[in-house]
Design a protein around this ligand. Structure first.
Ligand code: ZN
Length: 222
């Protein structure tokens, strides 16, 4: 009987062969060392594969993904990925990448019960509560999803800035910046949310300025 995963293994073999035909030493080089410049913190959604949507090959992005691209102050998994990326790999940019139409964000807006994941999504719920007045004024729901996806990416990027790893890196003068983006499933384009933080002291003003700029433009359907 053919394994249901046979197709995946076969396409892996074909991919490996094609890559080696184009660059015979590609895997040898990568196997020796990874030196990515970027840490990508994104949603687990299968439609948002980090390297593919910015058209980069393996080895260029260190990736941490979870449901609704949350950066929780007590999530050892995400904190460890940030620490390894900053202290060991010395990435220069941390990208928090939300995506429009995120199911986790929508579940929060709908107050829908999905199971255990509801506990995790409380972090997005906190963002929704923080910006409750603003969100309540947005109609229809699709635009509310758009806005909360953006706000969530920005708030989680601020959480990155407040980790001890990032604050310590800035303290010792390491070149590191934190950004918030939002990807559209509908056209494959990434929107830069305008939040770029390069220092601990600059975090609050960068957040407030980018939020004001974002809100000055009425949310477009994504
Ligand atoms: Zn999502």
């Amino acid at each position: 009987m053919t394994s249901p995963l046979q197709a995946l293994l076969e396409s892996n073999r074909a991919w490996s062969t094609a890559v080696r035909e184009q660059d015979p030493h590609f895997f040898e080089r990568l196997a020796q060392q990874q030196a990515p410049k970027y840490l990508w913190i994104g949603c687990s959604d299968s439609r948002v594969p980090a390297t593919q949507i910015v058209d980069l090959p393996p080895g260029e992005i260190f990736v941490q993904r979870n449901v609704a691209n949350v950066v929780s102050h007590s999530d050892l998994n995400c904190l460890s990925a940030i620490q390894f990326a900053v202290d060991v790999l010395k990435v220069e940019h941390i990208l928090v990448v939300g995506h429009y139409g995120c199911g986790g964000v929508q579940a929060v807006l709908d107050d829908r019960r999905l199971g255990l994941v509801d506990n995790w999504l409380r972090h997005v719920g906190d963002v929704a509560i923080k910006h409750g007045e603003l969100l309540a004024a947005i109609d229809p729901m699709q635009l509310r999803n758009t806005r909360l996806c953006e706000l969530n990416a920005m708030e989680q990027a601020v959480n990155v800035c407040q980790t001890t790893t990032v604050m310590d890196a800035w303290e010792r003068g390491q070149k590191l910046s934190v950004h918030a983006w939002c990807y559209s499933l509908f056209d494959g384009r990434i929107k830069d949310l305008g939040l770029h933080v390069t220092s601990r002291e600059g975090t609050r003003s960068a957040y407030e300025e980018s939020l004001a700029r974002l809100l000055a433009v009425p949310g477009a359907a994504q």
